[in-house]
Design a protein around this ligand. Structure first.
Ligand code: FES
Length: 393
């Protein structure tokens, strides 16, 4: 069991895991990675081991996630992570010049940290604020429309121990403090939560639409966005109201005896032999009700509808990887031995193909070259005989 992390982190890990259904605890991995980053400033090998232990995963599974997302840092990172967008929109507006100015001032390059451990610089690929370009963030808080000199001023203030105010959002915190928030815990600092509305560039499209009288038919922009619970409640109320307004079904009449028509021809019998049984004229007559088929209004949000389409029943169990399933009603999962978890994971995931090492073993490349020269693979088979039938291609 890893001993790197404090008791507080362990308690928080349990709290994070408890947010998810017991048989889907692996979903807690993303916030858990932020949590370990909040203690060490990056996702260290010990952090990977810790996440594997508390979730019953193996280290390869955790590492695969930790290396996929750029917000998880794989080496010690400074108190302040300065990210400069150099993607297309920001670049044409001067983003690269901003980056170059900061790189020269700090004497570091991409993903490098100043010698005092204070500032890490990085290129960013679109910070999702193109309408404010060029932008940079410090620990994910925005500085909009930055000029090289303005960006330099922000960095110099950080170096001097200050905490400059971002253009939008809350006041700056350290990267570790930000990681606590990203793990889903409230930041208790005074003024830590931003309360500003959207910026004018973000509302520009709305303003133009209003100016030109463009609107979505039947859409009132003041319509409140309801939660799923509220929408479900409204749908249930509408359905109950429709049921209550339905008239009671008419009592069934006894069939009248068959009569001969004016020509003396007796009335037709139905297929069951019931003389005179006539087909109902309308569905309402068949059902004994004239009420329309009222459905509850479909006022679910598009996100909820999409989610339900993908998985109609949210209670449908989704198979978890072997060795990682946790009891549905049990307490929070007990930490597992990382080696045992890794061994279970390896046993459940046999190597693909011929079981050779993936090529990073010290002698693998040399052996592969020798095999190629000899024209055979390790089994002595001709490599050109790819389909194993003996026929060369
Ligand atoms: S291109 Fe810079 S924020 Fe999108």
């Amino acid at each position: 069991m890893s001993t790197t992390f404090t008791e507080e982190t362990r308690l928080r890990a349990r709290e994070i895991i408890a947010r998810y259904p017991a048989d889907r605890s692996r979903s807690a991995l993303l916030p858990l990675l932020h949590l370990v980053q909040s203690e060490e400033g990056y996702v260290s090998p010990a952090g990977v081991e810790f996440c594997a232990e508390v979730l019953g995963l193996n280290k390869a599974q955790v590492g695969a996630v930790a290396t996929f997302y750029t917000m998880y840092k794989r080496k010690p990172t400074g108190d302040y992570l300065v990210s400069v967008c150099t993607n297309t929109m920001c670049d044409v507006l001067g983003g690269q010049t901003v980056y170059d100015t900061l790189a020269e001032h700090l004497g570091v390059g991409h993903e490098e940290t100043t010698a005092d451990g204070k500032i890490t610089l990085e290129h960013a690929e679109c910070l999702a604020a193109c309408d404010y370009g060029p932008v940079m963030t410090v620990n994910y808080d925005f500085f909009d429309n930055v000029e090289p000199q303005g960006a330099l001023g922000v960095v110099q203030e950080l170096q001097a121990g200050g905490r400059p105010m971002p253009t939008r959002g809350a006041r700056l915190c350290t990267l570790k403090e930000m990681a606590v928030q990203l793990a889903g815990f409230a930041d208790e600092r005074d003024g830590a939560v931003a309360d500003g509305g959207p910026g004018e560039p973000s509302l520009r499209g709305l303003r133009l639409a209003e100016q030109h009288g463009i609107s979505v038919p039947g859409y009132d922009p003041k319509t409140p966005i309801r939660s799923k619970a509220e929408a479900d409640r409204a749908a249930a109320e509408a359905k109950a109201k429709a049921e209550a307004e339905k008239p009671a079904p008419a009592p069934e009449k006894a069939p009248e005896p068959a009569k001969a028509d004016a020509t003396g021809t007796p009335a037709k019998a139905d297929t069951a032999g019931n003389a005179g049984a006539a087909e109902p004229a309308t569905p309402a007559a068949a059902g004994g009700s004239t009420a329309p088929d009222v459905k509850a209004p479909d006022d679910k949000s598009p996100q909820v509808r999409t989610a339900e389409t993908r998985q109609p029943d949210a209670k449908t169990p989704v198979a978890d990887a072997p060795g990682t399933k946790l009891p549905v009603d049990g307490p929070a999962p007990a930490p597992r031995d990382a080696r045992a978890a890794e061994a279970a994971g390896a046993a459940a995931n046999p190597p693909a193909g011929d079981g050779k090492p993936a090529g990073d073993a010290a002698d693998a490349q040399e052996r592969n070259l020798k095999e190629a020269e000899a024209g055979t693979d390790a089994d002595g088979a001709d490599p050109a005989d790819a389909n194993g039938t003996g026929a060369r291609k």
